[in-house]
Design a protein around this ligand. Structure first.
Ligand SMILES: Cc1cc2nc3c(=O)[nH]c(=O)nc-3n(C[C@H](O)[C@H](O)[C@H](O)COP(=O)(O)OP(=O)(O)OC[C@H]3O[C@@H](n4cnc5c(N)ncnc54)[C@H](O)[C@@H]3O)c2cc1C
Length: 288
């Protein structure tokens, strides 16, 4: 029952995992591991860790049944360097604790994000929130990158000149672009990290934050490998069906009768099956 030591996590403590062109994620510390989840889940029965197979089964059970509090017993602290536009999406996750570098106290570093050529793309025509999957022609992409670099250089020169002129740092920084890098310590428990990852590993999330989420997930897998495997199986790789979709699925499998078509409370209309979305889900497993 002593302090949990996860050997794979120990091996990566303090190591910077690069993300984007200048960012990184570093595991600063962790508390608990798979064992802590099972210990805390079994506290009600007074029994500690059993065999690996039984523990794995219990973790699967907890995850499938959304018995989430034992996962909150595992806590991870990360040091992250990330562009401000990624930080703005990240900060929407309120169930973490963080401390960020202060642009009022320190001079911001001359570190800006420029997307790699293969990440420069036009606006998507069918997704208002995203970019086209097609890569831009190399020359055009290079021009975009050069324009970003030029704007960043100009903005940073203006910033330094204002600071040298004696302007307060808290004011000098306000013309810096969203591409500037910031840094923070971010501490979150495993349950809430899973929620973050479910949203930010999804194909709908912007690629830049997705890349951070992938590294966070890899690191979490070193701290609590069995929990992460279960989360992948039941949440990331799982597919949810609406009431109408489930009825259609039963019809196709010839298993009708097990569950009646659900009724909306008060007898309101239930949305009909959206066949296009359903077929797409069956084909790709993507939740749309
Ligand atoms: C692909 C994508 C696109 C997005 N686009 C936009 C956008 O255009 N504009 C925009 O503003 N945001 C956008 N968001 C942010 C999104 O709306 C959520 O704010 C963000 O994902 C955080 O989710 P959350 O609130 O579930 O997470 P957390 O803040 O981590 O909260 C986790 C859970 O805790 C509970 N919780 C936390 N705080 C409270 C509270 N105060 N009251 C009640 N319950 C609480 C909720 O159950 C919540 O689901 C987008 C997110 C994604 C993934």
């Amino acid at each position: 029952m002593a302090h949990c030591v996860a050997p794979d996590a120990e091996a990566v403590l303090d190591r910077e995992f690069p993300v984007l062109d200048k960012g990184f994620v570093r595991l600063v510390d962790y508390l608990g591991s798979d064992e802590r989840v099972v210990q805390s889940a079994r506290v009600s029965y007074g029994a500690g860790t059993k065999t690996y197979r039984e523990d794995a089964g219990l973790i699967d059970y907890l995850l499938r049944n959304r018995h989430t509090s034992p996962f909150e017993q595992v806590v991870l602290t990360f040091h992250v360097k990330l562009p401000v536009f990624v930080a703005r999406q990240w900060i929407r996750h309120r169930t973490a604790r963080l401390n960020e570098i202060s642009g009022r106290y320190s001079v911001m570093n001359d570190d800006f994000y420029i997307p790699a050529p293969e990440d420069v793309a036009l606006q998507s025509t069918d997704n208002k929130q995203g970019r086209s999957p097609d890569v831009m022609e190399a020359g055009a992409a290079e021009k975009v990158r050069e324009a970003f670099a030029e704007g960043q250089k100009k903005a940073y020169a203006g910033y330094v000149s204002q600071i040298n002129g004696g302007l307060a740092r808290e004011l000098a920084r306000i013309n810096l672009p969203l591409s500037i890098y910031t840094e923070w310590y971010w501490q979150i428990d495993l349950h809430n990290l899973f929620h973050f990852l479910e949203l930010r590993l999804d194909a709908h999330a912007q690629k830049e934050i997705r890349l951070y989420a992938e590294v966070l997930f890899d690191i979490a897998g070193k701290v609590a490998p069995r929990c992460c495997a279960s989360f992948k199986e039941h949440v990331l790789d799982g597919v949810k069906f609406s009431g109408a979709e489930f009825v259609e699925l039963q019809k196709r499998l010839g298993t009708e009768g097990g569950r009646a078509r659900p009724c909306a409370p008060g007898g309101g209309d239930i949305p009909p099956l959206n066949s296009k979305r359903f077929e797409e889900k069956l084909k790709t497993g993507r939740q749309t």
